[in-house]
Design a protein around this ligand. Structure first.
Ligand SMILES: Nc1nc2c(c(=O)[nH]1)N(C=O)[C@@H](CNc1ccc(C(=O)N[C@@H](CCC(=O)O)C(=O)O)cc1)CN2
Ligand SMILES: Nc1nc2c(ncn2[C@@H]2O[C@H](COP(=O)(O)OP(=O)(O)OP(=O)(O)O)[C@@H](O)[C@H]2O)c(=O)[nH]1
Ligand SMILES: [Mg+2]
Length: 454
């Protein structure tokens, strides 16, 4: 990032024809800008902090640029902790451009992407994990990704990481105290206590890392593909899940040929639903190609809903399909529960099973619940436990846990000096996650993915 002493400006809203645009200024010249270019409708001596004023932006020859509302936030009680000014103007590109040009006259420069949040981090108002959460929150498109980003912004994950760091620091203090008495060995009792508390933190780290898969589903969404023999009711189920007539349904086997995809939310999770061609051998070239594409997407799906027509006896072909998908996350959906011959004996399948009627919606909620519990595993049912959505967090946590594991294995066996090296390394890794320890490269990586004005 370039000079942190500069005063910076950027539109905080997408610049487009819109009701309003918010322009934000942070740094020493924020108030100067308002004093020079903002004329309050009711003349008063001085703008009070955190009060919104109606008025006009006027340029240097006093001609009015726009009717706006403006607020000044005195340092340190602002987003960046610096002096901040906001102008709420009409959402016109030209108005925004003119106001930013006026700021340029005072030497205020355009902010880089993420620079406001970077300053909030640099000035210690938020840590790196919280800064990343801001970006995640802006990108969120599902209810769960919104919620999880907000929790992370509010320090849920940070607190867990600080707890690990705190315990490791305590261990370090104990180890280093013993280093000062080289003639004495660590007593058995202390070794036991130290191991126990290190193992407690290690287990918590492993748990947190295990939440990453769930975290990815929360943030990036999941692919749920519908598969089965022709006429099983895949397209009917697709439409039922979407509550929308998306895929063509007919009683002619082989109706769906191409992949039919649609994004939706299932229990607040972003899901890409994919309807596929019925899997069968065919001489028809187009159908063959459809089946090939179906098999392709099924290997990448997070969940395969394998639909079975429950009104007819199980065929060998269906048993072959089950074998084909072994090793993948399959839910067996026994469809057409409204018809009489519903399949009872499912000894051939040991995974999760849902019985439903795609046509009449009966049992649909059971499937929705099943999908969400598979995607979220146990992590969100106890929503108190934090989880991770960021690859960077996962990888750095892995390194931290490896150092801690090495410490646990070696305690009582090797020199205290070596032990303290393991602990310090674990602590360093944790510090890289929260941003206590950073490098320019790391900060660049984190903030370069931000949007303008954040
Ligand atoms: N108009 C406006 N709306 C906004 C923001 C903003 O910057 N401006 N935000 C920007 O993202 C979000 C709100 N988040 C914010 C978080 C902290 C502070 C802040 O000033 N914190 C200080 C002072 C608190 C106080 O005393 O009022 C602090 O925590 O020390 C401001 C906004 C969303 N809405
Ligand atoms: N009674 C009853 N009929 C259903 C149910 N679900 C689907 N059907 C009927 O089964 C037939 C096939 O449904 P589709 O949804 O097109 O089946 P599909 O699996 O997509 O078939 P292909 O695209 O050909 O592979 C249609 O006539 C549906 O109305 C159900 O729950 N109950
Ligand atoms: Mg179909």
């Amino acid at each position: 990032m370039i000079n942190d002493d500069d005063t910076i400006i950027a539109p905080a809203t997408a610049v487009n024809e819109s009701g309003l645009a918010v322009i934000r200024i942070s740094g020493k010249s924020a108030l100067l800008f308002l004093n020079k270019f903002f004329r309050p409708a009711v003349r008063s001596k001085e703008m009070k902090s955190h009060q919104l004023y109606l008025g006009h932006i006027v340029d240097h020859d006093q001609s009015v640029v726009d009717e706006v509302m403006a607020v000044y936030m005195a340092s340190p009680h602002s987003y960046t902790t610096e002096s901040v000014a906001e102008v709420h103007c009409h959402g016109s590109r030209q108005v925004v451009r003119r106001i930013i040009d006026l700021a340029g006259l005072l030497g205020i420069r355009i902010a880089q992407p993420g620079e406001f949040t970077y300053r909030a981090y640099l000035n210690g108002r938020i840590d790196l994990v919280q800064a990343e959460a801001v970006s995640r929150l802006i990108q969120s498109t599902s209810e769960l990704s919104r919620k999880s980003a907000l929790q992370q912004l509010e320090g849920h994950l940070s607190r867990e990481l600080y707890r690990y760091a705190h315990t490791i620091k305590q261990l370090l203090v104990q180890i280093e105290a013993w280093i000062d008495f080289p003639e004495e060995d660590l007593p058995e009792e202390s070794i036991g206590k130290i191991s126990l508390s290190a193992i407690g933190i290690y287990d918590a780290m492993v748990n947190l890392m295990a939440s990453y898969r769930t975290g990815q589903h929360v943030h990036e969404g999941a692919i749920v593909a519908l598969a089965g023999l022709p006429n099983a009711g895949k397209s009917s189920l697709m439409n039922a899940l979407l509550k929308q007539d998306r895929s063509i349904v007919s009683d002619i086997p082989g109706t769906t040929r191409d992949l039919i995809e649609q994004s939706t939310q299932i229990s607040g999770i972003k899901v890409r639903l994919v309807d596929t061609a019925g899997l069968r051998h065919s001489d028809d070239f187009i159908e063959q190609e459809g089946v090939r594409r179906a098999r392709n997407i099924l290997t990448t799906a997070d969940i395969i809903l394998l639909i079975m027509d429950g009104s007819v006896p199980v065929s060998d072909l269906f048993i072959d399909l089950l074998a084909e998908f072994s090793g993948l996350q399959v839910v067996l959906v026994i469809n057409k529960s409204d018809l009489c011959l519903v399949q009872d004996d499912v000894h051939f399948f040991s995974g999760p099973i849902v019985r439903l009627s795609a046509k009449y919606g009966e049992g649909l909620q059971d499937l929705v619940d099943m999908i969400s519990s598979l995607l979220l595993q146990d992590h969100l049912s106890s929503s108190e436990s934090p989880y991770i959505t960021e690859r960077r967090h996962y990888e750095t946590l892995l390194t931290a846990s490896q150092h801690l594991n090495s410490f646990i294995k070696n305690v009582g066996l090797v020199d205290l000096d070596l032990l303290s090296i393991d602990l310090r390394a674990a602590l360093d890794s944790l510090g890289q996650i929260t941003g206590v320890i950073t490098t320019d490269d790391l900060l660049n990586d984190v903030f370069s993915s931000f949007c303008i004005g954040k």
